[in-house]
Design a protein around this ligand. Structure first.
Ligand code: SF4
Length: 64
């Protein structure tokens, strides 16, 4: 089963990097925070390298 990613919205600073890099998996919500709306919208490698690894505050995580 594909892993699920989630954004800790308390920590998100709304830089939009993840939504720009990985629009199939991340989008910005009405509060200006990112959300992972579809973990299967990008490969695990893409989510890791294009979102998790580049998030400036490290607030995107894999769910166990
Ligand atoms: S990259 Fe991180 S801080 Fe920037 S919008 Fe995405 S979750 Fe928020």
């Amino acid at each position: 089963m594909a892993k699920t990613a989630f954004v800790d919205t308390d920590e998100c600073i709304g830089c939009e990097l993840c939504a720009t890099n990985c629009p199939g998996a991340f989008r910005m919500n009405d509060d200006g925070k990112a959300e992972c709306y579809d973990s299967s919208g990008a490969s695990e490698e893409e989510i890791q390298s294009e979102a998790i690894d580049v998030c400036p505050v490290g607030c995107i995580h894999w769910q166990d």
